[in-house]
Design a protein around this ligand. Structure first.
Ligand SMILES: Nc1nc2c(ncn2[C@@H]2O[C@H](COP(=O)(O)OP(=O)(O)OP(=O)(O)O)[C@@H](O)[C@H]2O)c(=O)[nH]1
Ligand SMILES: [Mg+2]
Length: 315
């Protein structure tokens, strides 16, 4: 049976296989992706990001269990952009080791860059689509840190949760102004530790800086992930955010933006490959690179010249 058919019939191994194929740029993945696409578009995509060790994985593990109590199916993607060697294996371990792994209503996957710089968003996008078509109601994506890739991956989610923890320093270094904007829900995890109020106040102060009138006020929630405290409230907040998006019509808008971000990630990949690998263009690209190395031309002028050459090709 076709891979796509097997996935639609609930075959987990087929899901794992297709995600690997997509991750490795296997051209054969495209046929399956095309067949699955019409079956996607149902899942609520939730991004969870924050500094290393904030308790994101523990939180996701608890959240997933909480959704399972409601009989919702949960897909989990743990992304580790900084680790091309492990393929994100370490990041996902805490979830993978949990008893969720034996639950047929849960699918857990780790993803790393695997050396494909810039291809991560596209691969995550494909994995989301696959899990969506597989029938997962909620898809949770874990990313660590506060860099460009988190912001990019957050743009693939409907709801983004920023996780903080008390006592990380004098102020919230880890969540920078640029990344605050992407948060729909803020969580102060490890609320069993000292300094929760302070972290909450700092978050609130940073949120208040943004004077723009918004239809959704991001809540700041407390959790103790390893004991499960605050998880139901967090789940309710996630559901409330979805309901809000649907009610005000932003669900379609967010979907448009998500799909656009995913499409752009794919195009960026294709375009880069077209310029650097396509047999017609590769020699031009290589020659240009050599000229930059010899200091005959600077990279900016080279990029201009290359673009001019490529766009003048008649189709
Ligand atoms: N005291 C306390 N410890 C917690 C809490 N939540 C998680 N931890 C612990 O914090 C450590 C890190 O938890 P993880 O869930 O792996 O954190 P993470 O944010 O996923 O970490 P990375 O993926 O490595 O960035 C583990 O030892 C957890 O048991 C909490 O609410 N309170
Ligand atoms: Mg983790």
């Amino acid at each position: 049976m076709e891979l796509a058919q097997r996935i639609l019939k609930g075959d987990r191994r087929a899901v794992a296989r297709l995600i690997s194929m997509a991750e490795n740029f296997d051209p054969q993945a495209q046929d399956a992706m095309r067949l699955l696409h019409p079956h996607s578009g149902r899942a609520h995509i939730v991004g969870v990001t924050g500094p290393p060790g904030a308790g994101k994985s523990t939180l996701i593990d608890r959240l997933a269990k909480s959704y399972r109590l409601l009989n919702k199916k949960v897909g989990i993607i743990a992304v580790d952009p900084s680790s091309p060697f492990t393929g994100g294996a370490i990041l996902g371990d805490r979830i993978r080791m949990s008893d969720l792994n034996t639950d047929s209503g849960v699918f857990i996957r780790s993803m790393g860059t695997r050396g494909h710089l810039g291809g991560l968003s596209r691969a995550v996008c494909d994995a989301m689509l696959i899990l969506d078509a597989f029938g997962m109601d909620i898809i949770i994506i874990e990313t660590v840190g506060a860099g460009q890739s988190e912001v990019e991956i957050a743009s693939l989610a409907h709801t983004t949760i920023l996780v903080e923890m008390p006592g990380l320093g004098d102020d919230i270094q880890t969540i920078k102004a640029g990344i605050m904007e992407i948060g729909d829900i803020f969580v102060v995890n490890k609320a069993d530790r000292q300094g929760v109020e302070r972290t909450e106040m700092e978050l609130k102060a940073m949120l208040d800086l943004d004077s723009e009138e918004k239809a959704w006020t991001p809540p700041i929630m407390r959790t103790i992930a390893n004991s499960g405290e605050g998880i139901t409230a967090l789940r309710d907040a996630i559901d409330a955010h979805r309901a809000h998006l649907v009610a005000c019509g932003d669900w379609n808008l967010v979907n448009h933006d998500r799909i656009r971000a995913g499409f752009m990630a794919l195009l960026r990949n294709r375009l880069t490959a077209f310029i650097t690998e396509n047999p017609g263009n590769k020699p031009i690209f290589d020659a240009m690179t050599a000229r930059i190395v010899r200091r005959e031309i600077d990279p900016y002028t080279a990029a201009d010249e290359l673009m001019a050459k490529l766009t003048s090709i008649k189709h």
